[in-house]
Design a binder for this molecule. Structure first.
Ligand code: SF4
Length: 462
């Protein structure tokens, strides 16, 4: 069997085996996945909101801020390319109206434990626009004292004044988009961003009181090799982030046509991606980062690492989180709201989003009401994506069912994964191996009754 170049240093991955499982499979930031959401009308969206208002769980707010100055060709986000600052003023007007429409349904005395600004580039906003966003939020929501308030930052458009405005708003964690520090790669993806800019951004954020930060990296981009990516890892480790998110580049040109441009430069093969991945896992472990879930690496004292050890880690649309029992309220284009029993997603284009709000309607395009079976499967899949193991009796007790009877056919299918050494299974439980962690999406998909590996629409496992 062909093994990867990193066999000697630690992680041993069999290329043929990975090739067998490297099929399109969901990332399971939700279950069922967003591709399964159905069109809903305003009355159904209002009904779902009313149902959620009976909940008493804390709130997790997500604001989608879609504007970016320039298109990165690899981008899979919902974004709007613009150089006009006034577009963000208009957007904030509508965000304020949407918050005013939704907030009264959330019931009194529910505190916010988590807030996240994603995009797009939230720091497209000027400092005065950030101050305005702060007013929109803080005038309507109460925050827990220890709430985590985070923002995604594009270092290329960061300034001291914007960092100070985020600090005034209460932001205490930043996710810094780096992707790769190699100029050849940056040129191939249309995102030139030198290391000085990254370091200045980190220093500026720290001066503004935003001390915790993540760095986001992507492997599988054009011109990347294991050698070049090793240098990126060395550079990023020197930044000393609390967390590193290591995402596999998801090539979905049928959904994101700009990604076709990347096919003109050479995209790494599946084997080259495996080399980058195994090298990264080993390199980050050597640098004392704990591997969290599927694609995060954190310092041992980070809240995600503590949650993983306590088996209380959670997974949602924003990735891994420590706030699992919170109801997620999403605002802005494409934002997804999640409660115990339902999902709702806003329109993805500005025109329809604005038009619905102008008509006094909630700008919700799609939704999904979870059946009891969906709720059971969501719980199993999310525990697997977080814990990398499952105890049948304990899971059955948590779900109030006989796990081995309910999932009898799934347990039979797990045996095939055990034969391929993705898991170690006995009569009571199973545990994901190192190679299984890399392919955890495939392992989780055994419990998915709505989409199977190989379905169109998802990115490949590696
Ligand atoms: S800055 Fe981020 S959201 Fe904007 S185009 Fe680049 S990758 Fe996409």
């Amino acid at each position: 069997m062909a093994a990867t170049a990193n066999e000697e240093s630690g992680t041993h991955l069999d290329r043929q085996l990975i090739g067998k499982y490297n099929t399109p499979v969901p990332r399971y930031t939700s279950y069922p996945t967003a591709l399964k959401f159905c069109i809903i009308d305003d009355a159904e969206s209002r009904e779902a909101l009313c149902r959620d208002s009976e909940d008493t769980s804390p709130l997790s707010l997500y604001f989608h801020l879609p504007f970016c100055r320039k298109l990165c060709w690899f981008c899979g986000c919902t974004k709007v390319i613009s150089t006009q600052q006034k577009h963000a003023d208009t957007y904030l007007n509508y965000l304020e109206k949407e918050v005013s429409m939704v907030q009264p349904y959330l019931g009194p005395n529910r505190k916010v434990v988590q807030l996240h600004f994603g995009g797009g580039s939230p720091n497209f906003l000027s400092s005065s626009q950030i101050d305005r966003l702060s007013k929109i939020i803080h005038s309507r929501f109460d925050f827990e004292e220890n709430a985590e308030l985070s923002v995604e930052i594009d270092p290329r458009t960061m300034t001291r004044k914007k960092a100070q405005a985020f600090g005034r708003l209460g932001i205490n964690r930043a996710s810094i988009g780096v992707q790769d520090v190699n100029p050849l790669v940056q040129n191939a993806i249309n995102r030139i961003q030198n290391s000085e800019t990254n370091k200045e951004t980190i220093a500026t954020l720290k001066k503004a009181g935003i001390g915790k930060f993540n760095v986001d990296l992507i492997y599988g981009l054009p011109r990347q090799t294991a050698d070049s990516f090793s240098k990126t890892l060395d550079e990023v480790i020197r930044y000393d982030p609390d967390r590193i998110a290591l995402f596999s580049y998801a090539h979905v040109p049928w959904n994101k046509p700009a990604q076709k441009i990347l096919e003109q430069s050479s995209l790494p093969s599946a084997n080259e991606k495996i080399d980058m991945l195994t090298l990264s896992v080993d390199r980050l472990k050597q640098a004392d980062y704990a591997h969290i879930g599927m694609d995060h690496f954190t310092k041992a004292n980070d809240s995600l690492a503590i949650a993983q050890r306590a088996k209380s880690l959670q997974r949602n649309f924003q990735g891994y989180s420590i706030h699992g029992n919170a109801q997620i309220c999403g605002f802005g284009i494409s934002a997804i709201s999640q409660s115990r029993k339902s999902y709702r997603q806003n329109f993805k284009d500005l025109e329809t989003y604005y038009a619905y709000i102008d008509e006094g309607k909630r700008p919700v395009e799609r939704g999904y009401l979870l059946t009891k079976d969906d709720q059971v499967r969501r719980c199993v899949i999310m525990r697997l994506m977080c814990d990398m193991e499952l105890d049948f009796e304990k899971m059955g007790a948590d779900l109030d069912l006989d796990f081995k009877s309910y999932f009898a056919s799934e347990i039979v299918r797990l045996q095939r994964l055990a034969d391929d050494e993705l898991i170690e299974i006995d009569n009571h439980s199973f545990k994901v191996t190192d190679i299984g962690r890399i392919l955890i999406r495939n392992v989780a998909s055994v419990f998915d009754s709505t989409s199977k590996p190989g379905n169109n629409g998802y990115s490949k496992a590696i």
